[in-house]
Design a protein around this ligand. Structure first.
Ligand code: CAA
Length: 260
């Protein structure tokens, strides 16, 4: 497959995946998901010579500003649930990848972008990084595992606060909350991610694979939560509030929700 939305390159046995839609703040559209699925589910799924993956976003402003809102406007319940499940499944490929996947978060990591970073096994944030789940502003909820993984990382009390207020989490707070592994000066996110991956270079590949499998198994009881999330996401796609929220974004105005 020729990647159009991603830059994918191998250097010194490390795979660098850059979401390359800078003008749309690297928002995840349908084709970007297809390409991510190909990278993690096919092209590199069995590549044992790759020692790790760094995922980042093109430009200085955003890691990924979320699902592509412009593609969300034509949703019904069935399509919404399918979209959410597809996103979850592709992020599971990343979470379960057989070598460490580190997000180098260079700016906004919002909605699906925050969810993408949380599916990575580790996160390095630049000082200007901002994390958040602003989906409620659109009359939606996170649909790519965000309601489940934010709780896993920072605990329910703070996760509920950020989920319900849509407040953004700055890099320093993300470090203190345990959402990110390191905060580094802007521009050094990728090199720090590489430094972490290099520390795993000489470990047994099978042991690395099994360590990742075992750590992920700890959270298996959350699976019902993912199903609940997809169903709720699909339901919301039928709501007027969702249409209002997405239209307001596209029209650059404040949304007026009616609770319907
Ligand atoms: N989808 C599509 N386009 C997006 C986008 C998104 N998520 N985020 C930003 N863009 C586009 C904007 O539309 C704009 O494009 P135009 O120049 O063509 O109008 C461009 O990127 C630059 O964005 P802004 O002008 O808005 O930049 P800003 O600096 O004023 O604001 C921002 C930056 C705060 C990140 C703002 O862009 C924003 O709030 N983006 C949306 C964030 C969001 O709500 N994410 C959640 C998406 S829903 C989701 O992810 C659902 C899910 O879990 C499945």
């Amino acid at each position: 497959m020729q990647y159009q939305q991603l830059l994918v390159e191998e250097k010194n046995d490390i795979l660098f995946v850059t979401i390359n839609r800078e003008k749309a703040l690297n928002a995840l559209n349908y084709d970007t998901f297809t390409e991510l699925e190909h990278v993690f589910g096919k092209q590199y799924a069995k590549r044992n010579d790759i020692i790790g993956v760094v995922i980042t976003g093109a430009g200085e402003k955003a890691f990924v500003a979320g699902a592509d809102i412009k593609e969300l406007t034509e949703m019904d319940a069935e399509k919404g649930e399918e979209l959410s499940q597809r996103g979850q499944d592709i992020f599971f490929l990343i979470e379960r990848f057989h070598r460490p996947v580190v997000a180098a978060v260079n700016g906004f990591a919002l909605g699906g972008g925050c969810e993408l970073s949380m599916a990575c096994q580790m996160r390095v944030a630049g000082e200007k990084a901002r994390f958040g789940l602003p989906e409620l502003n659109l009359g939606l909820i996170p649909g790519y595992g965000g309601t489940q993984r934010l709780i896993q990382y920072i605990g329910k009390a703070k996760a509920m606060e950020y989920l319900l207020t849509s407040d953004m989490i700055n890099a320093a707070d993300a470090l203190q909350l345990g959402l990110v592994n390191y905060v580094v000066p802007a521009g050094e996110e990728v090199s720090k991610a590489v430094e972490i991956i290099e520390k795993t270079r000489n470990k047994g590949p099978l042991a690395i694979r099994k360590a990742i499998e075992a750590a992920n198994a700890y959270f298996d009881s959350c699976m019902d939560g993912y199903i609940a999330e997809s169903e709720a996401f699909g339901d919301l796609c039928m709501s007027r509030d969702f249409r209002e929220g997405t239209s307001a974004f596209v029209e650059k105005r404040k949304a007026e929700f009616k609770g319907k």
